[in-house]
Design a protein around this ligand. Structure first.
Ligand SMILES: Nc1ncnc2c1ncn2[C@@H]1O[C@H](COP(=O)(O)OP(=O)(O)O)[C@@H](O)[C@H]1O
Ligand SMILES: [Mg+2]
Length: 240
C-alpha cells in the first residue's frame, strides 16, 4: 500500500517587501503525495515553484496553512529535531546546487553521511558519480566545475542517503540530454522503490513522464494532471 507521506493544506506564502508592502507568492495550495509517487511541479518562471518546494520541505515557513511530512509538521519541531528529520528522511536538490565550494567533489557528496556518522565507502561513491556520467576529478573543488557537473554532485549528495522524501528543483536544468535521462531514471527508480519524489521542472516532456503534474500559475495550483501527456501540460500552462 502506498502511504501518504506529504500533506499540504491550504498553504499560502507572502513575502514582506518592507514599508508595509508584501507580495502573495503562493495562494491556498492543497494536495497529498504518496510513497512510490513521482510528482512534477510545472509552471511559468516566477509562478512560485521553488517557493512551494521550500515551504513543503521544512525550509521556509508558510504564512498560512500547514505541511505534514510523514504526519509531522516540520515547523512545529525543535531545531534539533528538524535537523534530524532533514538528515534522516529528506533529500533536497537545490536549483542553485547549494554545494560547499571550498570542499572537493567527494566531500560534498558524502557530507550528509559524515553529518550522520555513517561509514563511507569510497568506491561506491566513485561508482555512483560514474553512473551519473560525472567526468571531473573527485578531488576537484566544486567551485571550479561547470554547472552541469555541479548539478550531478548535488544529485549524488542526495542519492548517497536513504532519503524517502525527495525534493528536486530543476535537477536537469544544467546537464546535457544524456545526463538528463540518467538523472530522470534515477529519480524514477527512487519512487519505484518507495520514495516520494517531487520534481520542479521546465521540461514538459520530462513532466509528462511523471505520475502526476501539478500546474502552478501566479501562485495558484490551477490543475493536477494524472498520467499527464505533454499536450495537456502545455495547454494547462497556457502554451498549448
Ligand atoms: N525571498 C523572497 N522575497 C521576495 N520575493 C520573493 C522571494 N523569493 C521569491 N520571491 C518571488 O516569488 C515569486 C515566485 O518565485 P519562485 O518560487 O522562485 O518561482 P519559480 O521557481 O516558479 O520561478 C517571484 O515573483 C519571486 O520574485
Ligand atoms: Mg524556481
Amino acid at each position: 500500500m502506498n502511504e501518504n507521506v506529504i500533506a499540504v493544506q491550504e498553504l499560502s506564502k507572502n513575502f514582506n517587501l518592507g514599508k508595509g508592502k508584501s507580495i502573495s507568492v503562493l495562494k491556498n495550495i492543497s494536495f497529498l503525495a504518496c510513497s512510490n509517487e513521482f510528482i512534477s511541479i510545472v509552471g511559468p518562471s516566477g509562478s512560485g515553484k521553488s517557493t512551494l518546494l521550500r515551504c513543503m520541505s521544512g525550509l521556509l515557513n508558510p504564512t498560512q496553512g500547514s505541511v505534514k511530512l510523514d504526519a509531522i509538521d516540520p515547523y512545529q519541531l525543535s531545531p534539533s529535531k528538524t535537523a534530524k528529520m532533514r538528515r534522516t528522511k529528506l533529500g533536497f536538490i537545490f536549483q542553485s546546487y547549494n554545494l560547499v565550494p571550498a570542499l572537493p567533489v567527494f566531500e560534498n557528496v558524502v557530507l550528509p553521511l559524515r553529518l550522520s556518522g555513517i561509514k563511507i565507502d569510497r568506491p561506491s561513491v566513485e561508482r555512483l558519480l560514474k553512473s551519473l556520467n560525472f567526468t571531473a576529478k573527485l578531488t576537484s573543488f566544486v567551485g571550479t566545475l561547470s554547472g552541469g557537473e555541479q548539478q550531478k554532485v548535488a544529485i549524488a549528495r542526495v542519492l548517497v542517503t536513504r532519503a524517502r522524501i525527495i525534493f528536486a528543483d530543476e535537477p536537469t536544468g544544467a546537464v546535457d540530454a544524456k545526463a538528463k535521462e540518467i538523472i530522470f531514471d534515477r529519480l524514477r527508480k527512487l519512487a519505484d522503490n518507495g520514495a516520494c519524489v517531487i520534481m520542479v521542472t521546465h521540461d514538459v516532456d520530462l513532466a509528462a513522464r511523471t505520475d502526476r503534474a501539478l500546474v502552478l500559475k501566479d501562485g495558484q495550483l490551477i490543475k493536477t494532471l494524472t498520467n499527464p501527456d505533454a499536450t495537456e501540460i502545455l495547454a494547462a500552462i497556457g502554451k498549448g
